[in-house]
Design a binder for this molecule. Structure first.
Ligand code: NAD
Length: 488
């Protein structure tokens, strides 16, 4: 029954590129296979775009832009709203599809449908709220008009870890603002985007407004698009090194860019924290998405007087996790995305333990099939360990003790990243000091998950540029014009 349902769902996912309102094979006839990381088996074969397909997709977005940008905001909003409704109808199917191609437990995939869907609803509402200003200039010599205009055709690149939310977080504000797009999902998890764009089509998407490229040659296909002077905006979510490379390419056309890059989130637990709440928050901040989130807590910086008790409690919780394919009842830890991710988690734990950290639980890859790594806790991690510097992107909780507030702030800020931080304290003044002292674009104060469609998501330092979501999100796709007219 389950296998039949999965097969029927996978058969429903389009296997072509979507260009100018038409689903079609790749121009050179190449295909790529998508795998289930829990079984290692290929689940679907889809089109593998060439450079020529990339140009064709941009052509389509450029051709559709004049009309779409002039379409009344209310109509654009209604398209998004209909898509939101269709997404609710197909909620279970999209969740299952994400679990199949990405591995997250089904309950979490359902949560992502809610979260990802909220961006569509939010920006359907924001579309009609873009406003300008009109008024006399201070000298009284004229009237100033400030207006907002869509930036133009956009290229959107998304990662594999949140297959739906990363797509909706970019497509929805772009469409709401009046922009047309080419989206390139990660080659590891492209099926959710293909399915989602089919829903947009069902909702009445005009030809060329959204175009989809799936490819195993991301660099080769993307570079000519980014360097094409007709493109006006690049929005990228992924790793910092790739983001840096794309920024160099974008410099040529002085492109507007949004960059949601890597993180190395500190999770600070003070001695005045409510330890029960901190442990609950730690579980969510660390093990959601099997640790594969840019917002995942990477370093648990815990006051020395409570570090041992905190380690004991999180270890107990971790030992109750159930590992398996995300479709099975009760599974809380799915597979990592691929072999490389398993090897990375293993190497980081080995390095930390080799430098004197204590392994409390886990610490091993699970024998195949599938790419699983045991949920792991290491405590007393020593300064200089790789795990403090690198994004773990796996189910490994690393604890470092600290002695006083200045010490905690110094350790927390000791990274080039600045996406999110988590702080647990019952002392209000201390919490407020942390808001001012921690160098991150977002913070969970006694909260282990911060993401929300109504909030400006984004980082400081090497974690990126721009914001997605919130009132800020639509402005990433708008440009400002100031006009001076004579006094009437
Ligand atoms: P990645 O940088 O390897 O890939 C991201 C996307 O870029 C994929 O679609 C990939 O195909 C594409 N890509 C890779 N090389 C490219 C190139 N040369 N030119 C054009 N496109 C290219 O990252 P990933 O492994 O897919 O995702 C994990 C990373 O994403 C982590 O660092 C994580 O922190 C980050 N991330 C950030 C956020 C955020 O909002 N800040 C959200 C999710 C993930």
């Amino acid at each position: 029954m389950t296998a039949d349902r999965e097969a029927a769902l996978l058969a429903e996912v389009p296997d072509g590129l979507f260009i100018g309102g038409v689903w079609r094979p790749a121009s050179e006839g190449r295909t790529l296979r998508v795998f289930d990381p829990a079984t290692g088996e290929a689940v679907k074969t889809i089109a593998d775009a060439s450079v020529a397909d990339g140009t064709a997709a941009l052509d389509a977005a450029v051709a559709a832009f004049p009309e779409w940008s002039r379409t009344p905001a209310r109509e654009r909003a209604e398209l998004l709203r209909r898509t939101f409704d269709l997404l609710q109808e197909r909620k279970e199917d999209i969740a299952l599809l994400m679990t199949i191609e990405m591995g997250k437990p089904l309950a979490e995939a359902r949560g992502e449908v809610v979260y990802g869907g909220e961006f569509i609803r939010w920006f359907s509402e924001e579309a009609a709220h873009v406003q300008g200003r009109y008024g006399a200039n201070p000298e009284g010599t004229g009237r100033m008009i400030v207006s907002q205009h869509p930036v133009g055709p956009c290229y959107l690149i998304t990662p594999w870890n949140f297959p739906l939310a990363m797509a909706t977080r970019k497509i929805a504000p772009a469409l709401a603002a009046g922009c047309t797009v080419v989206i390139k999902p990660a080659e590891l998890t492209p099926l959710t985007t293909l399915f989602f764009v089919k829903l947009l089509e069902e909702a009445g998407l005009p030809a060329g407004v959204v175009n989809v490229l799936t490819t195993s040659s991301s660099g080769k296909v993307s570079e000519p698009i980014i360097r094409d002077p007709r493109l006006r905006k690049l929005s990228f979510t992924g790793s910092t090194p790739v983001g840096q490379r794309l920024l160099e390419q974008a410099a040529e056309g002085v492109l507007r860019t949004s960059m949601e890059l890597g993180g190395n989130a500190p999770f600070v637990v003070f001695d005045d924290a409510d330890l029960d709440k901190a442990v609950d928050g730690a579980m969510a901040a660390k093990f959601r998405n099997i640790g594969q989130a840019c917002t995942a807590a990477n370093r648990f910086i815990v006051h020395r007087s409570v570090a041992d008790e905190f380690a004991r409690r999180v270890t107990e919780r971790v030992q109750n996790f159930r590992i398996g394919r995300g479709t099975e009842d009760g599974v809380t830890i799915g597979p990592l995305i691929d072999d490389r991710a398993v090897a990375k988690a293993a190497a980081l734990v080995e390095d930390a333990v080799g430098r004197g950290a204590q392994l409390r639980t886990g610490g091993k890859a699970v024998d195949g099939p599938g790419t699983f790594y045991e949920p792991t806790v290491v405590s007393d991690v020593r300064p200089g360990s790789d795990i403090l510097r690198e994004e773990i992107f796996g189910p490994v909780l690393a604890i470092i003790p600290f002695d006083d507030e200045d010490d905690a702030v110094r350790i927390a800020n000791d990274t080039e990243y600045g996406l999110v931080s988590y702080v647990y304290t019952e002392n209000l003044a201390r919490g407020q000091r942390m808001i001012e002292r921690l160098e991150t674009g977002m913070m969970g104060l006694n909260m282990g998950v911060v993401s929300n469609a109504a909030a400006p998501f984004g980082g400081w330092k090497f974690s990126g540029l721009g914001r997605e979501g919130g009132a800020e999100g639509i402005h990433e796709y708008l440009q400002t014009k100031y006009t001076l007219t004579p006094n009437p």
